[in-house]
Design a protein around this ligand. Structure first.
Ligand SMILES: Cc1cc2nc3c(=O)[nH]c(=O)nc-3n(C[C@H](O)[C@H](O)[C@H](O)COP(=O)(O)OP(=O)(O)OC[C@H]3O[C@@H](n4cnc5c(N)ncnc54)[C@H](O)[C@@H]3O)c2cc1C
Length: 224
């Protein structure tokens, strides 16, 4: 198995960190990898989506829960440490940079969605794209500052963050990402749709998109 080498990691929220690794391979936006490590005498494998678009230097960013078994192990690594890693794989990909697109993500499901969205805006800065990002609390909206900045830079990009739990200071949208489906689609059926999250959210979005006239081959998703 090839290895990836840790460059650094930094907390994004109380539960999630971003890890930057040097990879020996090139990847396509939307793909995932399988990491493998021996943790307390047991060989453990975990899937992680690559949260960054392809960079020329082959650095990759992962955005992951650091409070579980594997995430905790990764958090204990120091820069320069290596982790066994599969080749990138998976069916999520940018369909066409010129296609108007709608993106939905909740929690760490933002990882492959971010990679594809950043690829689309890099390839086509005028792209018509909209992201609905969900979290329980506003402090858990991953990469919120980056998406706010992208919305300010790209006239065609809209960012709709939403918070599902009680958060008195939050003045924005409330509820789950699916609660904002109608606003995001605005009656359109000509969009490519990219989404990632827990199975229940993914199943709900598949059904909503189908009923909105967006064919299965225009739906690109990953479920965790
Ligand atoms: C294709 C694919 C891509 C994935 N990409 C990512 C990714 O980019 N980032 C990522 O964080 N995970 C991702 N996952 C999930 C990941 O593989 C792990 O299952 C998850 O991170 C928990 O691993 P752990 O060993 O650290 O925690 P565990 O010890 O297995 O979990 C401990 C507990 O923490 C909670 N928990 C931990 N992680 C999550 C989570 N992501 N969502 C909800 N609850 C959680 C749960 O309550 C869980 O029972 C992906 C899964 C798949 C199939």
């Amino acid at each position: 198995m090839p290895t990836i080498r840790l460059i650094n990691h930094q907390p994004l929220t109380v539960r999630v960190s971003q890890f930057t690794f040097q990879a020996p391979f090139a990847h396509r936006a939307g793909q995932h990898i399988v990491l493998q490590a021996e943790i307390r005498g047991t060989l453990v494998r975990n899937y992680y989506s690559i949260a960054s678009p392809p960079f020329p230097d082959r650095q990759i960013e992962l955005c992951l829960r650091h409070d579980g078994e594997f995430g905790g192990h990764l958090r204990g690594l120091a820069p320069g440490d290596t982790v066994e890693c599969s080749q990138p794989a998976g069916k999520m990909r940018l369909l066409a940079p010129s296609d108007p697109a709608v993106y939905f993500a909740a929690g760490t499901g933002i990882a492959p969605v971010r990679a594809i969205l950043l690829s689309q805006l890099a390839a086509n800065p005028q792209a018509e794209a909209l992201l609905v990002l969900g979290a329980r609390h506003s402090k858990e909206l991953l990469y919120r500052e980056q998406f706010d900045a992208l919305a300010a830079q790209h006239a065609g990009f809209r960012f709709l963050p939403t918070v599902s739990r009680d958060d008195p200071a939050w003045r924005g949208r409330r509820g789950r990402v699916t609660d904002h489906f109608a606003e995001a689609l605005a009656g359109r059926s000509d969009l490519a749709a990219y989404f990632c999250g827990q199975s229940e959210m993914v199943a709900a979005l598949c059904a909503l998109l189908r009923s909105a006239g967006i064919a299965d081959e225009r739906q690109c998703f990953e479920r965790y």
